[in-house]
Design a protein. Sequence first.
Length: 309
Amino acid sequence: MSAQLPPRPSLRFIQELAKDLLKSHRQGKPDSCAVLRAHPRFRNASDRSILAARLSLQMVQHAVAHHYGFDAWSDLRTHVEAAQALRETTPAADVLEELHRNGNKASERMAARAMQEDVVLNMLFQGVSSADKRIKNASAKALQLISEKDAAKLCREFELFDRLLDGEDNILKWIACDVIGNMAGVDSRNRLDEKLVAKFLRLLEDPVMITAAHATEALGKIAQSKLQHRQKITATLVEPDSVRRHPECHNILAGKRIDAMALYADVVKDAEPLLAFARGQLRNTRNATRRKADIFVRKFASPKSCAAR
């Protein structure tokens, strides 16, 4: 019975297979005999006879062809080249192959293609649910990049990112936070409702600091675009982080909160709660957070309140 080719064979795969098989034979490795026995010359030969024979690369290629059910190497090569050409002209297959092969390195290119080709965008949406971790993460990263340039393209799959917030995959959760935050300004159907905002507020209490940081940034963007949620978001952001963390984690998150507040401080009627929080960080032991607090106060405090300092 002939062996099955891999699902996505390439010309390089079968060429390297034949070269590796010839090398193994020359090193006297018995495991090379299983494929070589497919050659008509060695059909009933023992391992010792096969290993003692002198082989050329062409003979090994012929054995590989028979191993996979082809009469000649040229037939196998033609089959593989045709399959490879078909994949290269089919966007869906092309997307999946590149994401699997290059992982996150392919995300930027796939994001650029998806901005122009809806079929590629659809493949990225599907890729987020892939069992292949490289495809899953790279698809999510590409969608994140798209959300930074044209978030409206992703709104039709709003529920997908909402579901990812509830998942156990932290990387997808972080990306979902970023994407939903970027969609806040183009959410014409008001899917960013109280229930979803409450979900983000709960994520501030996540023990994983990075999750809380991504949720904080998203809340800043939501408060910037959604007046109806601004008061509740502000009331939570100005409260101290109650989760038990390393002190430096608290310092980092305080800086993230200042960044989030800076996104909408110029459109609130009363910026004093935000300023009070920032002033409280002017002596933060983390230099970056202290600088953010100083810049925030200088930018948003009235001349009168600055003089009071």
